[in-house]
Design a protein around this ligand. Structure first.
Ligand code: HEM
Length: 398
């Protein structure tokens, strides 16, 4: 279902428009100057703030904005609203639902995951080398496999089911943009998959996150089945397309900017600031909120029932917040970006994601220090909620 091309970004924007997918930066720059909170009637209607301060103000304001609808797309027809604590929860429930998960993201667990991530990356690089080809797709052959295998390992579900998990992430965040039925069907399948996994663990527990959730309590009671399944859905989906987009954009940047690629090879100590800069400049995630009480943001009236998008990627390019925002400076010192959100829902997996990005880039650069984008290669970027390059075709030795 192709939409009409957009001609008025202030009053009729569309996140699925090819121009927005290919280059949203000029659109945000124009909007910040002319109409910092854009609006559309498309896809169920929504506001689109473009400044850092407006996005942050909305993210912090849980009195007027609810997280019960966080998808930038309209609800699939006939579907009951997905409950995926803590991301779809509001206070005070949110605080308790988030607390249930906090321990799994401790530094100790992340150190353990790092060894596994390095092993996954090494296997993928070995497979690329084993083809004997001088080229590869740094997204499809490498980036897109890493977070799927890492989160499967973390949850305790079979890494051998990787292709199924990837299919669901693609359905929810890519193919479903123009077809809500695809999203609804994928959600059903994911919940059914976890129902089986949980049933198995009720019979015999394992040393994994799913078993931990079964044993967890909130206010002295075990989590309800709906809560449990929704949280499993969230943990599987939150870390896949997001992190592979982060790794993919970083590799695309290095494949198209040999000076930064060479600098990271010779000055590996810059890796942490480079990862932060890639997260800022190519922020993958836009979230949504539902207005629950009439409110005005920066002079723009919003009414209960309206949807507003948390445009973290545009805020991270706001010249009022970042000096030279459209330049990618891998040694940028002051970089308080909000690629992982801001406020009570700030990403729980941020340190897992940072670790995955760092290990992916380190292992790739060790193996292919002089890789480059294939000249004239076409790279498609998408999509509405999670943005990243669909493919990154590279020559492995320049
Ligand atoms: C580069 C990769 C990632 C990016 C850019 C990212 C971005 C975000 C953002 C923007 C939010 C805030 C949502 C909101 O305000 O509504 C969020 C929340 C969340 N993320 Fe991530 N994420 C990434 C990776 C991960 C990973 C790897 C995991 C899990 C292993 C994860 C788990 C979560 C969870 C559980 C929440 C909900 C927190 C809450 O509601 O309190 N994320 N993420």
């Amino acid at each position: 279902m192709a939409s009409e091309p957009v001609t008025d970004w202030a009053r009729d924007f569309d996140l699925g428009d090819p121009q927005y997918e290919a280059d949203p930066y000029v659109i945000w720059d124009e909007l910040r100057e002319s109409c910092p909170i854009a609006h559309t009637e498309r896809r169920g209607g929504a506001f689109l703030p473009t400044t850092y301060d407006d996005v942050a103000a909305i993210a912090y304001d849980t009195e007027h904005f609810s997280s019960r609808r966080t998808s930038v797309l309209p609800d699939p027809p006939g579907a009951t609203l997905l409950v995926a604590p803590p991301i779809t929860s509001d206070p005070p429930f949110h605080t308790k639902a988030r607390r249930v998960l906090l321990g799994y993201f401790s530094p100790k667990n992340i150190t353990h995951l790092e060894a596994h991530t390095r092993q996954v990356c090494t296997e993928l690089l070995d497979a690329i080398e084993a083809t004997g080809e001088p080229t590869a797709d740094a997204a499809g052959d490498f980036a897109q496999h890493i977070p799927v295998r890492v989160i499967a390992h973390m949850l305790g579900i079979p890494e051998a089911d990787e292709a199924i998990f990837t299919g669901w992430a693609v359905a929810v965040f890519q193919d479903g943009v123009d077809d809500p039925d695809i999203v609804r069907d994928a959600i059903k399948e994911i919940l059914a998959y976890f129902e089986v996994q949980i049933r198995e663990r009720r019979i015999e527990g394992k040393d994994d996150l799913l078993t931990g959730l079964l044993e967890a309590e909130m206010d002295g009671d075990p989590l309800t089945d709906k809560h449990l399944l929704g949280t499993c859905f969230l943990l599987l989906m939150a870390g896949i397309d997001t992190t592979w987009s982060g790794i993919g954009s970083s590799l695309w940047h290095l494949a198209t900017t040999p000076s930064d690629r060479d600098r990271l090879v010779t000055e590996p100590a810059l890796m942490d600031s480079a990862v932060e800069e890639f997260l800022r400049a190519y922020s993958p995630v836009t979230m949504a909120r539902e207005v629950i009480a009439d409110v005005e943001v920066n002079g723009c009236p919003m009414h209960a029932g309206d949807k507003v998008l948390l445009n973290f990627p545009a805020g991270n390019r706001d010249p009022a917040k970042f000096e030279r925002p459209d330049e990618i400076l891998i040694d940028r010192e002051k970089n308080r970006h909000f690629a992982f959100g801001i406020g009570i829902h700030r990403c729980l997996g941020s340190n897992v994601a940072r670790m995955e990005m760092r290990v992916a880039l380190e292992t790739w650069l060790e193996r292919f220090p002089s890789f480059a984008l294939i000249p004239d290669a076409q790279v498609r970027w998408g999509g509405a909620q999670v943005r990243g390059p669909r493919e990154v075709p590279v020559t492995l030795v320049s």
